[in-house]
Write a protein that binds this ligand. Structure first.
Ligand SMILES: C[S@@+](CC[C@H](N)C(=O)[O-])C[C@H]1O[C@@H](n2cnc3c(N)ncnc32)[C@H](O)[C@@H]1O
Length: 270
């Protein structure tokens, strides 16, 4: 994994994008100094019993941005290794939040070898208070064995004194937001989803250890909060920095064939 230079809190962290390995960088953040974590890790998509995302041929995924993968991460490790890694990341996230802090951890359940793979092996033992269903568009991975998946989950992992902002509880626990289709990053959050999360808390400092194109940072700034962004990819860190100056800089070029552009919106890209 990438080497990270010695960093000093807060100057090297607050409102900064740090290019490095999530756990290495988080280890340099003092305990209890981040109010909120909002993140979506890589899903280990290329380690799959389906053939499309696994071998890069595409198959039913052939138009999906993630067929080409992330710029600096393969997203293909043995399942047990992936679970160990994600649990180590969650341990660090939990350490850096205070007694009234929370983690919003987005993940996706999927069918593997005909059986549901929920993500309980990753989150078991962490203080999960609630699961929010993010209702999004269905993908194109039609399978005769199960109904078309149309949601992802957001685990709200909360320390004992965490409270929502006033009246935020009225949002309920099923949230409908379309996928982000214009961003050049292969698996971006929709900005409105992140704004919903951050504005539902009183957090001042928001960390995203898998920052990608900087959606969490932009949402934090729009809501007058501070952010800390980490990503392994120098390319995505540059993209995120640029986005803070010019939010439209992440917009991808339009495809020439209109039909292909429509397909992108409908794909399961994570
Ligand atoms: C699902 S994407 C996050 C996208 C982000 N939410 C956005 O809106 O653009 C996951 C990100 O994790 C990054 N990543 C993969 N391995 C990493 C690691 N070990 N440490 C930090 N970032 C990593 C990838 O480069 C990718 O940008």
């Amino acid at each position: 994994m990438a080497n990270v230079k010695e960093l000093h809190y807060p100057d090297d962290f607050i409102d900064q994008f740090i290019c490095g390995n999530a756990t290495d960088v988080m280890q340099q953040i003092p305990s209890g100094s981040v109010d909120l974590v909002v993140t979506s890790p890589p899903y280990n998509l290329k380690n799959s019993t389906g053939n499309g995302m696994k071998d890069g041929r595409g198959g039913k995924w052939s138009g999906a941005a993630l067929v080409d993968g992330y710029s600096h991460y393969g997203d293909n490790v043995p399942h047990e290794e992936y679970v160990r890694w994600q649990r180590a990341c969650l341990e660090e996230m939990l350490r850096v939040i205070p007694e009234d802090g929370a983690i919003f951890y987005n993940h996706k359940w999927r069918v593997q070898a005909g059986l549901l793979q929920d993500r309980n092996d990753i989150v078991a033992g962490f203080p999960i208070r609630q699961i929010i269903i993010w209702k999004r568009k269905g993908g194109i991975n039609f399978n005769p064995g199960y109904f078309l998946p149309t949601y992802e989950v957001i685990y709200m992992i909360a320390k004992p004194e965490f409270k929502l902002a006033e009246k935020a509880n009225a949002h309920g626990d099923i949230w409908e937001f379309g996928q982000e289709s214009k961003n050049r990053h292969p698996a971006p959050f929709p900005a409105s989803l992140i704004e919903r999360i951050i504005s539902s808390t009183n957090a001042k400092v928001v960390l995203d250890p898998f920052m990608g194109s900087g959606t969490t940072a932009l949402a934090a700034k729009n809501l007058d909060r501070n952010f800390i962004g980490i990503d392994i990819s120098p390319e995505y860190c540059d993209m995120a920095k640029q986005r803070m100056k010019d939010p439209l800089s992440v917009v991808k070029e339009r495809k020439k064939k209109p039909q292909q552009a429509v397909l992108f919106e409908d794909l399961e890209v994570k």
